[in-house]
Design a protein around this ligand. Structure first.
Ligand code: CP3
Length: 324
């Protein structure tokens, strides 16, 4: 959940010299940033990269514009644009990311597991179609409904890129994979089933077959969690808006779940945040299969000390509860 990033002074320092994309393209810098949050005590490392990296080798250049977030230079909004997109092999299109995975694994030396990741076809397609971030996914939904065949072609192309990319990350040494379908919660169950699920299933089935645990994550997905479970994943991500234990019951207690502290609590008085974390941990009790995490990404304004205090608190509280 953006372990690294702007809330860390070391990261901001590095960003004075390099752009986000430059860091992603230089394995030794990606290594450095991946390691930065580990000193706070996280139990796993997440590869420093971005879900949008697949766009450039597909033929859609983009940048992270200051204050605006991602900007895709030529958004893809018709069949001609979709047909031009390239389905590439990860070792050829994103060799620097795979090199970063290998470097990080070597550096971590078996002590901390490394999580690789990618964006899911819907979430990546939304940036490609809208040209950047969107609040309503108007153009994405419009293509999905007005030309479902073209939309499906686009989803299949991104899906194949992501499938190969994740398999390559596992081959390079990633020990778990997280698939970010951050914006899929904007769809109804029927649209999810028809337009998204087949593409996501294909990716997850093949990645799960490698034997690494797969975390399937989205936000605003209270109504989609069971479909997401059916699409695939060893662990289902639950965002902070969703009642955790109820969601877990619905997903099934034989599944693992990840979540779900509101990331904004890390900007609140630490006593309040700690109390909420304890509530989650106590509700889970000794049941196995819970990965404590935020419900979504850390915001840049978060005080680092609060992150550190939360990690210590979660470790202490889970040890206390386990010993009861
Ligand atoms: O957690 C980590 O440290 C791993 C690295 C990581 C980044 N992006 C680096 C990054 C991960 C896991 C992501 C995933 C990602 N990227 C998602 C899915 C997760 C989620 O939040 O739902 C999405 C939707 C993106 C796309 C993206 N990247 C956006 C919309 C932005 C702009 C945000 C903004 O406010 O400007 C980014 C930029 C980005 N990617 C940053 C980081 C650390 C911000 C820091 C910077 O600009 O230097």
């Amino acid at each position: 959940m953006r372990q690294a990033g702007r809330y860390m002074p070391e990261y901001r320092e590095l960003r004075k010299k390099w752009t986000l994309l430059e860091i992603c393209k230089r394995p030794e810098l990606a290594l450095e940033v991946t390691l930065q949050p580990l000193k706070l005590g996280m139990d796993a490392a997440i590869l420093f990269a971005d879900i949008l990296l697949v766009l450039e080798p597909m033929g859609a250049s983009f940048e992270f514009a200051k204050g605006e977030g991602p900007v895709v230079h030529e958004p893809v909004r018709d069949r001609a644009g979709i047909e031009k997109l390239r389905v590439f092999d990860a070792e050829e299109g994103l060799p620097h990311v795979l090199e970063a995975v290998r470097l990080i694994r070597k550096e971590l030396d078996g002590k901390t597991p490394l999580i690789g990741f990618a964006g899911s076809p819907f979430t990546v397609a939304s940036y490609l179609i809208e040209g950047g971030k969107s609040s309503d996914y108007r153009l994405t939904k419009n293509m999905m409904w007005s030309d479902p065949e073209a939309f499906s072609m686009l989803m299949a192309k991104i899906g194949e890129v992501v499938r190969r990319y994740l398999l390559a990350q596992v081959k390079a040494g990633a020990q778990a994979i997280q698939l970010f379908d951050s914006w899929v919660g904007s769809l109804t169950q029927d649209d999810y089933k028809e337009h998204v699920m087949p593409h996501v299933s294909k990716i997850l089935k093949d990645v799960e077959a490698t034997g690494v645990p797969v975390i399937h994550f989205g936000t605003n997905t209270q109504h989609l969690l069971e479909l997401q479970r059916d699409a695939g994943g060893t662990v289902i991500g639950i965002d902070h808006r969703t009642p955790f234990m109820e969601a877990w019951r619905n997903i099934g207690e034989n599944y693992a779940v990840q979540g779900n502290l509101d990331p904004l609590l890390l900007c609140a008085p630490p006593e309040v945040a700690k109390k909420r974390a304890t509530q989650i941990l106590e509700a889970v009790g000794k049941r196995p299969g819970h990965i404590f995490n935020l419900g979504h990404g850390i915001i840049p304004e978060t005080p680092v000390d609060n992150v550190k205090a939360m990690i210590d608190h979660v470790h202490a509280e889970s040890a206390r509860i386990r010993a009861q």
